[in-house]
Design a protein around this ligand. Structure first.
Ligand code: G3H
Ligand code: ZN
Length: 283
């Protein structure tokens, strides 16, 4: 059934576990995330990013409708989340479509502007009943920019600044920069686990890990133990899908029916979703 992100993340955080949140781009992604979560008997968050909306001719509704339909008939709780949003009109579209949460991302801005715009967005979103995630300390590798800056000193979230930011903005969860980066195709990230613990101690809201595709399994488990309660995964699903389709088409160059390779891609994503939920350890 359709669930609320805040309840899933809050429930996981209360027992030092985490909910996996997967970015979806196509209908096959949506079906695979639901099937993978059902196989793992675990709740899951389906998230649509502003970039995915851009790919869908700028429209959220077609994918949102598909996500709602898939969530409603799922055997496990499925929450819908709007990810990395800068376009404010999308906040309204998400609320109207049945999403329970949004991530408003002004992390590219200097602290004061990030705080001011996030606070305004959070006030509006809260009035619509939405759970709000924000980001402080920019997680690199967005919009095709190189993911290499994750280890630059300025790219880490400072616990004291994070406490002030959460208090002043009123957000419900915070995405943190702790050595993670977006769009990594190898699992080579080395997280700063001491910083994860210090952030968890400093904040009363759940911590969110972005760029989790680049994080090795053991590091993910350790990050959840340290206080990460929502684990965002995007690239790993694309890698699974594209790799499976590439291999299928190489072996079957005469294939024409799109269902032959889309089903192979979808199955590869189902397996990766189930595997990652097992690593992350949702109760
Ligand atoms: O918000 C989305 C996630 O941070 C996905 O990052 O594609 O590197 O796994 P990833
Ligand atoms: Zn992200």
């Amino acid at each position: 059934p359709l669930a609320a992100t805040g309840e899933l993340v809050g429930g996981a955080a209360a027992v030092r576990s985490a909910v996996a949140a997967f970015n979806v781009i196509t209908l096959e992604h949506i079906e695979a995330v639901v099937a993978g979560a059902e196989a793992a008997c675990a709740p899951v968050v389906l998230q649509v990013s502003e970039n995915a909306v851009k790919f869908r001719y700028g429209r959220l509704l077609p994918l949102a409708r598909a996500a709602v339909a898939a969530a409603e008939r799922a055997a496990v709780p499925v929450a819908l989340h709007l990810d990395h949003v800068q376009r404010e009109d999308l906040l309204r579209q998400a609320a109207d479509a049945g999403f329970s949460s949004v991530m408003y991302d002004a992390s590219r801005l200097p602290y004061a502007e990030n705080l001011a715009t996030t606070r305004a967005a959070a006030d509006w979103a809260h009035a619509q009943g939405l759970w709000v995630e924000a980001e402080l300390g920019e997680v690199g590798g967005k919009d095709g920019r190189p993911p290499l800056d994750a280890h630059a000193p300025g790219a880490r979230t400072d616990p004291r600044e994070a406490h002030a930011f959460v208090t002043a903005s009123g957000v419900d969860a915070l995405a943190v920069a702790v050595g993670n980066a977006h769009a990594m195709t190898e699992r080579t990230a080395a997280l700063d686990h001491d910083l994860v613990k210090r952030l968890a101690d400093a904040l009363d809201v759940p911590l969110v890990l972005h760029g989790s595709s680049g994080v090795p399994d053991g590091e993910l488990t350790q990050a959840v133990a340290g206080g990460i309660a929502k684990v965002n995964v995007g690239t790993a699903l694309n890698a699974a899908m594209t790799g499976a389709i590439r291999a299928f088409l190489a072996a079957r160059p005469e294939a024409v029916d799109s269902r032959t390779y889309l089903s192979v891609g979808r199955e590869a994503m189902v397996a990766e979703v189930t595997r990652l939920i097992g690593v992350i350890g949702t109760p």
